[in-house]
Design a binder for this molecule. Structure first.
Ligand code: T68
Length: 773
């Protein structure tokens, strides 16, 4: 404030501030001990590692909050166009190490803790893994948040705060069992509950028409209302004060809506029913590819979208109230089609609540939305049954029908009455179950449709969205996925990180990966190679200890570690890897002693979760254990070959496994992996790739050269022909089998008939027939 009471108050507040929190060892120790005493409520003379972790996290959180407040104040003043990233999944993993590194206070904390008798690394391992997502898509969201913060974007992430994250995988007798991940059990110091930031989200009910200024307007009268409460997670950038916000919504019962139900006299049931509202944000769906048209999933999608849109519009109205300027202030990026209900929601709010004309609202929508797709196969595209959508979100269904009507008219003008094309491109799919194609809705309304690698875009253009590409070629783009080196090198491989900075003479590569090119000048240096080997060895020893702790298996760090860690899927071909291991085992068994001495001992490591309903993936896990059982207990093979399945694969496990790997496998059938990001993490840790030319690997090959990797298998364009050939072969075999069965059948019957007529007397036969009857 320039003057008056506001100014006086601000000055008083400012004078009370002790500057920013300090990061010298004494100040850090004091802050940590204060949190032990007052936040964790333990005595500062007696607390264990976990309590120390809690106190340290809270002191880091204080520092995050300072920057986070400054970031908000700065962007409120500047009021730039903001980037809103909507995703139903974020795989954040642990936060402590990442936060202190990005804040630039890692060493200060380590020193301060040392003097208190604690080791930073040990405390960091006390933290649970935040697994609010399934796989690549969700981890990409987390990496993107880190990059947006580091690159000083005025960005916000929006999502859902699940009470149960991705299930914990427990292996019993080689089979996967799923256990709930109630990750909030031990508290979550990284989030800030904002009880005053909450919105009512509506469901069900009917749409009524009311008169408005001589015209009609639609009013949605809901049948249920749930409150969305914000939980903010500050995301610090590296080497900048920019600290952005990841706002996740939790469902709570709505006071506004519920009051009537208390009048019925059934107080206990009224309270119990009220609690049911919380189920909306209770559990993450554990499927990473299939869509089942489930009501709860639809409610989750709309719940987070509605709260986020209300939040964005409130922020916009705080500074401006002219919706013509909305596209200058708001960009909305949809992560896959999961948040695509945001499109009809923005239309609804603008038309029904802000009273803009349909045309005005539509112009705005077309300017603000863009989306990324992570899917390769058409079967992977999300569809919502019309009946379900109409019941849960009646007004949205009307809006989608209206959008589709205009779109169909536009198509007719463009392509004429090509009914085949019209029905393929329509947002509404006719058929036994009429449904809404969420991808088509997104493409129609977004100005940009983003693929996640070059070949992925090619597949979108030529197959999955061929018709749309012909209509709007300018909409289709790709940005090949990336991963953040902050987490996948600096946090997870401090040894290699120090080595790189030493040889480059700078740590600027932590913000600018291209600088790693400078290492080429030293690649032949024997000293660097020696140091590199040492770093790898230490990481392998750490990994071997972890394997021992998780599985009870002792593996030698002298062996080659050959790793495949990712979700279990048929297209990712863990099965091919296992068949390869069986083959290798067989070869070794049949080798002469002299040849055996030439074999490089190998530890094959596989890890990953199977969706609970994905039977084949679960069988692959069982097979892996069964094969391991045989190989690992064969004294004849000894250390030449081992097979380890690492249970409960997650972000923290990946951080430990990747730096200790020599070889990693990315062997999906070409044309099936939209991008793949694991390979990038292994590569930046100096691990070799055994890979097929799929997804982002195709671009990696161009970067690093075929000579620097083990490439095999069919190319994307060869796969359909091979499939056809295999299918023809299969049909021919089947035909031959049936034919031989028929022939065999005739042969057997004829022989029997001959035997019977020649060897048995008619009297005997009659006797048999009579006795049977
Ligand atoms: C992955 N997709 C791609 N989906 O498979 C991978 N799906 O190639 C790509 O690198 C990565 O996205 C990032 O672009 C997924 O991870 C899901 O997890 C998912 C979740 C729910 C529903 C559908």
């Amino acid at each position: 404030p320039e003057s008056g009471e506001g100014k006086a108050k601000a000055e008083r507040m400012f004078s009370l501030m002790d500057g920013f929190l300090k990061n010298d060892p004494i100040s850090l120790q004091k802050d940590i001990l204060d949190h032990v005493e007052y936040t964790v409520a333990r005595s500062r003379f007696s607390f264990d590692d976990f309590e120390a972790y809690q106190a340290v996290s809270h002191s880091v959180r204080d520092r995050l909050i300072e920057r986070w407040h400054d970031t908000h104040a700065y962007f409120k003043r500047k009021d730039p166009k903001r980037l809103y990233f909507f995703s139903l999944e974020f795989l954040m993993g642990r936060s402590l190490s990442n936060s202190v590194i990005n804040l630039g206070v890692r060493d200060q904390y380590a020193d301060a803790l040392n003097q208190l008798g604690f080791e930073f690394e040990v405390l960091a391992e006390q933290e649970g893994d935040a697994a609010q997502g399934n796989g690549g898509l969700a981890r990409l969201s987390a990496c993107q948040m880190d990059s947006l913060a580091t690159m000083d974007f005025p960005a916000w992430g929006y999502g859902l705060r699940y009470q149960y994250g991705l299930f914990r995988q427990v292996i019993l007798d080689g089979f996967q069992h799923e256990q709930p991940d109630y990750w909030l059990n031990f508290g979550n110091p990284w989030e800030i509950e904002r009880i005053h930031v909450s919105y009512a989200v509506k469901f069900y009910g009917t749409v009524e028409e009311q008169d408005l200024n001589g015209g009609k307007r639609k009013v949605w009268v809901p049948g249920e209302m749930v409150e969305a409460v914000a939980y903010d997670n500050p995301i610090p950038g590296y080497g900048t004060r920019n600290t952005i916000n990841l706002r996740l919504w939790a469902a709570k019962p709505s006071d506004l809506y519920d009051m009537e139900s208390y009048g019925t006299g059934d107080y206990i049931n009224a309270v119990i029913n009220r609690q049911k509202a919380e189920t909306i944000s209770s559990v993450l769906y554990p499927d990473d590819r299939s869509y089942q048209g489930k009501e709860l999933r639809l409610k989750q999608q709309y719940f987070f979208v509605s709260a986020s849109v209300q939040d964005i519009i409130r922020r916009f109205k705080d500074s401006l109230n002219d919706f013509n300027q909305f596209p200058e202030k708001v960009a909305l990026q949809l992560n896959d089609t999961h948040p695509s209900l945001a499109i009809p929601e923005v239309m609804r709010v603008l038309v029904d609540e802000e009273f803009l004309s349909w045309k005005q609202a539509w112009d705005i929508v077309c300017k603000i939305f863009s989306c990324t797709t992570h899917t390769v196969v058409p079967e992977g595209l999300e569809k919502i049954p019309v009946d379900l959508l109409g019941s849960v979100l009646p007004r949205h269904l009307q809006i989608i029908f209206d959008i589709n009507f205009s779109f169909m008219e536009e198509l007719k003008k463009h392509f004429g009455l090509d009914f085949n094309r019209l029905s393929q491109m329509s947002i509404v799919e006719e058929g036994a179950v009429k449904s809404i194609r969420m991808a088509n809705l997104s493409i129609v309304c977004c100005h940009t449709v983003n693929g996640v690698s070059r070949v992925h875009l090619d597949i979108l253009k030529t197959k999955v969205f061929k018709d749309f590409y012909e209509l709007w070629p300018q909409k289709f783009h790709y940005k090949t996925n990336g991963v953040t080196q902050r987490r996948w090198l600096v946090v997870s491989n401090p040894g290699l990180c120090g080595l790189i900075s030493k040889w480059l003479g700078t740590d600027a590569w932590i913000r600018d990966m291209d600088l790693l090119m400078g290492l080429r000048d030293h690649a032949g240096d024997a000293e660097l190679q020696q140091e590199w080997k040492m770093v790898r060895r230490i990481n392998k020893i750490r990994l071997a200890e972890f394997i021992d702790a998780m599985t009870g298996m002792m593996v030698s760090p002298d062996a080659m570690f050959d790793v495949q860690i990712k979700r279990i899927h048929e297209y990712k071909r863990q099965l091919l890897n296992i068949l390869g291991i069986i083959y290798r085992y067989d070869c070794i068994k049949n080798m002469k002693e002299s040849d055996r001495r030439k074999v490089v001992p190998r530890v094959c490591i596989i890890g990953g979760k199977a969706a609970p309903g994905y039977d084949m993936a679960k069988k692959i896990i069982k097979l892996c254990h069964a094969v391991g059982e045989t190989i690992n207990n064969d004294s004849d093979i000894d250390d030449l070959l081992k097979l380890v399945f690492i249970p409960d694969f997650n972000v923290s496990v990946a951080e430990l496994v990747i730096p200790g790997s020599d070889l990693s496998q990315h062997i999906s059938t070409a044309g099936h992996e939209a991008s793949g990001t694991g390979s990038m993490k292994f590569l930046m840790n100096g691990c070799l790739l055994l890979a097929t030319a799929d997804g982002a690997t195709i671009e990696i090959i161009e970067e690093i050269g075929e000579d620097n990797m083990f490439l095999f298998g069919a190319k994307v364009h060869e796969v359909p022909k091979l499939r056809e050939k295999a299918e023809n072969h299969r049909v021919a075999l089947q035909f031959a089998r049936v034919l031989s069965q028929i022939c065999l059948g005739w042969y057997v019957m004829a022989t029997l008939a001959m035997r019977i007529t020649s060897n048995l007397s008619v009297t005997l036969l009659k006797g048999v027939v009579t006795s049977i009857s």
